[in-house]
Design a protein around this ligand. Structure first.
Ligand SMILES: CC(C)(COP(=O)(O)OP(=O)(O)OC[C@H]1O[C@@H](n2cnc3c(N)ncnc32)[C@H](O)[C@@H]1OP(=O)(O)O)[C@@H](O)C(=O)NCCC(=O)NCCS
Length: 355
């Protein structure tokens, strides 16, 4: 956020005097307040609490920008973009990820999100990315309609699996060890083998794994874990407590959600990077849950959160934990022919940082 983009005037026929500019650290308090007002009206309506730092959600990325819309009464809208180097069609390309779109309830349907989106689009264009993409929660009609009105196509259905840490999961064998820097090469090899041809795979080389680990160090990431068999590293995953960045509230905590009523939901992302065999995923969930149970967080409903492409067969083993599921649609757009022309026809790797 060092070079501030000057305000772009935006004139709505119903609501004149709206301008869009790049956010600065001084906007933090207003952005946290705006975020709290914005219920994400999805199939499971949720709100987020991102105190103390609205921008923490963006820090896992090497390059990101946040844009805000304001009028006489203050800040009324926000949206963000990050640039990521990812694999698309097995080739490393630049992707623009679009996220964090919010407009204050009393200023909706006036084109504020469109104005923020236009500012972001102009900025993105200068990088000539191959694809752009965004994730929208199932049932969020406003957002689903909005992204399609901007030309994005629905490409893949994705799932966020939530498995309560406190549920009765037998601990399984404790073969885990924390992996250090010397294991990155083996971990990446395993991760690539477990995600053959997956689009949006964000670890294009060893440096990108290290970069991500480094960026998450202050943000709840507890590290990479794995275990070995006779042939070397047999499985590895990352464990990332996302609660320092954001806590979630489920607004209608009934039925399968009743166990979170009145409590903040803390997501702990379990990123299954790689496994020699599919059944290892089940072992990993057991080992991770046991590890987390050893450090309880009173008052919070903690869940292991695992994201994946709904069609990815590697994740069927999760079924036995009967996770609560939230659906997402990945929307995308090919912006150049370089490798992106069949974007959406292959499975995708869902990066937890993108949720
Ligand atoms: C989604 C959201 C950002 C849209 O903001 P907005 O400023 O009201 O959107 P705009 O006025 O720019 O709308 C542009 C177009 O999007 C579509 N759209 C926006 N809101 C819509 C709604 N509630 N129902 C149907 N279409 C909608 C329409 O095509 C609209 O064009 P039109 O008004 O000419 O018909 C806003 O509803 C919001 O903040 N929701 C809560 C937070 C959220 O869900 N964010 C997205 C997380 S993925």
């Amino acid at each position: 956020m060092s070079e501030i983009t000057p305000a772009m005037a935006y004139e709505s026929p119903n609501q004149p005097g709206i301008s869009v500019r790049e956010a600065t650290p001084a906007d933090n308090t207003a952005l946290l307040a705006l975020d709290r007002q914005c219920v994400v009206a999805a199939a499971t309506p949720v709100t987020f609490d991102r105190t103390p730092d609205f921008f923490a959600r963006s820090r896992p990325y090497a390059y990101w920008r946040v844009y805000v819309a304001e009028n006489d009464s203050g800040l009324i809208g926000v949206g963000a973009m990050a640039l990521k180097r990812v694999l698309v069609n097995a080739r490393p390309v630049e992707a623009a990820y679009l996220y964090d779109l919010r407009v204050a309830p009393s200023y909706r349907r006036l084109g504020v999100a469109k104005a923020v989106g236009d500012a972001i689009r102009a900025h993105v264009r200068s990088f000539r990315p191959t694809v752009s993409y965004s994730l929208v929660m199932e049932g969020n009609v406003a957002s689903l309609t909005f992204v399609q009105s901007r030309g994005s196509r629905p490409l893949r259905l994705c799932t966020l699996n939530l498995i309560p840490v406190e549920s009765r999961i037998d601990p399984g064998p404790d073969r885990l060890k924390a992996l250090d820097d010397s294991a990155v090469e083996a971990a990446l090899r395993l991760a690539r083998a477990a995600h053959p041809g997956h689009d949006l795979f964000p670890f294009v080389d060893e440096a990108s794994v290290r970069d991500r680990v480094h960026r998450l160090e202050q943000s709840g990431f507890s590290g990479l874990y794995g275990w070995e068999d006779g042939e070397g590293l047999a499985g590895c995953f990352g464990l990332w407590d996302y609660s320092p960045i954001m806590r979630m509230r489920v607004l209608e905590a009934t039925g399968e959600w009743s166990w979170v009523a009145g409590r903040d939901l803390h997501l702990i992302f379990l990123t299954p990077l790689g496994f020699r065999q599919a059944h290892h995923l089940v072992e990993v969930v057991k080992m991770a849950a046991a590890r987390l149970r050893a450090s309880p967080t009173p008052g919070a409903a903690r869940v292991l959160a695992i994201t994946h492409d709904r069609m990815d067969p590697a994740y069927v083993g999760l079924e036995q934990f009967r996770p609560v599921r939230m659906g997402f649609t990945l929307f995308g757009l090919e912006l150049s022919e370089r490798g992106g022309s069949s974007f959406g026809s292959r499975l995708v790797f869902v990066d937890p940082a993108d949720l």
